[in-house]
Design a protein around this ligand. Structure first.
Ligand SMILES: [Zn+2]
Length: 273
């Protein structure tokens, strides 16, 4: 059953309300803090400037139920179902526009990352950029989770398990590249599948390229373990070649790593804010 939302006030509104069954429903769109929205039955009413966002799962209607969900936005939504019944269902929902961001620093511990025998280890720079992204996102109000916080080994399965504990999240894995060809350089961004992962990968990729001027090695689809096993939009960034002496020199600069981190954080923030 799909019922429609009618706007009451303010700029960002609920777009639609879907009830799958007695136990599950979705709200699509954003609701301003003080809006009162009436949910009507039959058709979906989409009025500009509605802006769709990812549907947020909520428990479905039960007469008189009150729901208190997630965070950020609070809305009082009354629903009336077809049939002319004077049954009004009141929901108190707190929708979130900002997902938890799971930041995964590649490698760690005995796993240095990169090529066998690579002079500059990948794991330290990956952690450094992950921590910078973490702090930037937290400062702009996101909840974040790091899959590792120090120089220790975490299995790929554990990284995904940490990510999958979060009900509404996006996953960003931070890596640096290495290749036998010492001339190889540039930045590439991976996703496995799904439109939202692709869009997130594209947004991050563009921002990182424009703020570093690095060579474009494109957004690529690859079934990497952490991307396939994280049940959320997931992206893996390869932020340059440590086997390329010039690119490696740039990466060794903390100002450059801050620029990488700022580009990633700002791409995420502008997509989910
Ligand atoms: Zn790596």
């Amino acid at each position: 059953m799909v019922v429609a939302a009618r706007r009451a006030s303010a700029r960002r509104m609920l777009t639609s309300f879907h009830i799958q069954n007695e136990n599950l429903g979705w709200l699509t769109g954003l609701e301003p803090a003080t809006a009162r929205t009436t949910i009507w039955s039959s058709t979906i009413e989409l009025q500009p400037p509605f802006r769709a966002c990812e549907a947020t799962k909520i428990p479905a209607a039960a007469k008189g139920n009150f729901f208190s969900l997630i965070r950020m936005f609070k809305a009082i939504i009354s629903t009336r179902f077809l049939g002319g019944l004077a049954a009004w269902f009141i929901f108190q929902c707190a929708l979130t526009a900002a997902p938890t961001v799971v930041i995964d620093a590649g490698h760690g511990g005995h796993d240095r990352g990169g090529m066998p025998g690579q002079r500059v280890p990948e794991k330290g720079y990956a952690l450094d950029v992950a921590k910078r992204v973490d702090s930037l996102l937290r400062n702009s109000g996101f909840r974040t989770v790091l899959t590792r916080r120090g120089d220790y080994f975490v299995t790929l399965a554990d990284r995904c398990a940490i990510a999958n504990r979060n009900s509404r999240a996006v996953f960003v894995s931070i890596h640096f590249n290495g290749a036998p060809n010492r001339d190889a350089s540039g930045i590439e961004t991976y996703y496995s599948s799904g439109r939202e992962s692709l869009d997130l990968a594209t947004a991050i990729h563009k921002k990182v390229l424009s703020s570093t001027g690095a060579e474009n090695r494109w957004v690529r689809s690859r079934g990497l373990y952490v991307l396939r096993h994280s049940r959320m939009p997931a992206v893996l960034c390869e932020l340059g070649f440590l086997t390329n002496s010039e690119e490696s020199r740039r990466i060794a600069s903390s100002a450059y790593r801050q620029r990488l981190a700022a580009a990633i954080a700002s791409a995420i923030a502008s997509r989910y804010r």
